[in-house]
Design a binder for this molecule. Sequence first.
Ligand SMILES: Nc1ncnc2c1ncn2[C@@H]1O[C@H](COP(=O)(O)OP(=O)(O)OP(=O)(O)O)[C@@H](O)[C@H]1O
Length: 312
Amino acid sequence: MSIQAQGVTKRFGPFVALDDVSLDVRPGGLTALLGPSGGGKSTLLRVIGGLETPDSGEVRIDGRDMTRVPAHERGVGFVFQHYAAFEHLSVFRNVAFGLEIRKRPKDEIRRKVGELLELVHLEAFADRRPAQLSGGQRQRMALARALAAEPSVLLLDEPFGALDTKVRRELRAWLRRLHDEVQVTTVVVTHDQEEALEVADEVVVVNHGRVEQVGPPDELYDKPANDFVMEFLGPVTTLGGRLVRPHDVEILTERSASALPARVARLQRVGFDVRADVTTSEGEAAWVQLTRAHADALALAEGADVWLRTRG
Ligand SMILES: Nc1ncnc2c1ncn2[C@@H]1O[C@H](COP(=O)(O)OP(=O)(O)OP(=O)(O)O)[C@@H](O)[C@H]1O
């Protein structure tokens, strides 16, 4: 289902958390709200879900005005960073909970919870208590529980925020596959640009209560609307006074009229990449990212004279 926010403003006392925000989320997509801490991502998600009421503006889900509709009547499923599970109930009963209170037939509940546990790869853990799950497994259980109610929209607020990097990576790939399978319109809040670029079809950059840019990951990365988006989405350096991506700077070992003269100040290997800190003849410090093979081919060394130009 589509989601639209139109002219949404939300204040907490004198503080403007959302400032006239408009947003159009396509049905069936996976959209990331990305931005720095305190920028308003969670508030926007909570306004969409009905956990906060905007001071002005409208929220529509599937074309229907939901602005004053309570959260539990919006058909949304939530997953938060810290999932409040029923610790005394099994994983199965946690997932079944929403169906049980709606008094669905036992057979149907058994079948449906079984399917959901399979979907989130927890079928072998049905009888465990939440405390016996890892952090990543708990979040998968939370997703299954949210999906049990067959929401028209899934809202995830830093769902993997409390997990370590490796588990986050795995869950991110898993969420992408899960979404491809169930295709519920999903909005996920994250402050992690890599997570947003990897998982989402569309990224909404939120900062200071405003939307800075909306677009597919590649478009945002390659054509950022402003310096903030450019810096937030990936590595940057300045060259000739302009912000550029360090991997878009070409190092030449021969003089070229179109390139800036510089000297290699420091070479540092970072895994597969080499980071070259350079100082231009104008005294500007910049850095360039290149592959190890490329650095070897150029026989780069600290103190060498080089020439720099941006690609593309
Ligand atoms: N209930 C509240 N009362 C007062 N201020 C609030 C409330 N909720 C949020 N804020 C403020 O609104 C601003 C936006 O918060 P929000 O949680 O939406 O940001 P965020 O982008 O999600 O950041 P984070 O990633 O840190 O959660 C913050 O400055 C926050 O302190």
